[in-house]
Write a protein that binds this ligand. Sequence first.
Ligand code: PMP
Length: 296
Amino acid sequence: MSLLPYDDRDGFIWMDGAMVPWRDAKLHVLSHGLHYASCVFEGERVYQGEIFKLTEHSRRLAESARLLDFTLPYEVATIDQASRQVVAANGISDGYVRPVAWRGAEMMGVSAQKTRIHVAIAAWTWPAYFTPEARLKGIRMTRALYRRPSPETAPTGSKAAGLYMICTLSKHDAEAKGYDDALMLDYRGFLAEGTGANLFLVIDDKLHTPTPDCFLDGITRQTVIALARARGIEIVERHIRPEELADAREVFLTGTAVEVTPVREIDEYRFEVGQITRQLIKDFDTLTRAPAQKAG
Ligand code: PMP
């Protein structure tokens, strides 16, 4: 990945309704979003100049904000339009879009009722999340330091900045041990997901995936489930115990950033990059690169 810092680049960022030069898209150090994590975001991919599932992502941004008790000051259609403008203004063909919404600096304390809600959308050219070698051979994962919290502990359906603290800590720990990513269990001890992607297991030619009742039901996850069903593959959504990794022949992750990425190793367990994974990688690539998706 590029070492070019994200605050020192050429281009344009949409911020609070206007397109501003990239380096001028700043917020004050006393912003509530920074101190108290009153901040939500999205991650979207651009394929051949078009944002994949744009409206689903814009809707999720609005819903994430609602779950953090704030309302975006823009309609979903406006966010959609601004996102497309950012992609065009920066001349992006294949890349990533990052919308973010946060509470401003009008109040500094736990209560934040009267803060202004800010929204910014940035986009940049960005190839694969994992190296091409990893995408082909599968990544290596280890158990995460932290578990996904219960919906009674946090607003787990929100793509909220605060929920990523445990992801960064778990990913750093995994990387320090030589792994690519961490596998997070949920608060009950069932398999949950990666630090930024959903999890699938192939057991007896069926696709098993954890029930998303305390983590994001990813847009890529939903897309891959539909692709698998179209191939006649049975989907089993359920609570999966970690020991069941021993029964899995194939394992892969799905997410906007990772797309469909095979997993070859989770601690003592080994998997092959098998037929179902390869088929779904191909189907996902066809879908995202096909002109038909541009209508959606
Ligand atoms: N879980 C987490 C923690 C994530 O950050 C992401 C990426 N947004 C996902 C799952 C996958 O979601 P999506 O397919 O919508 O990108």
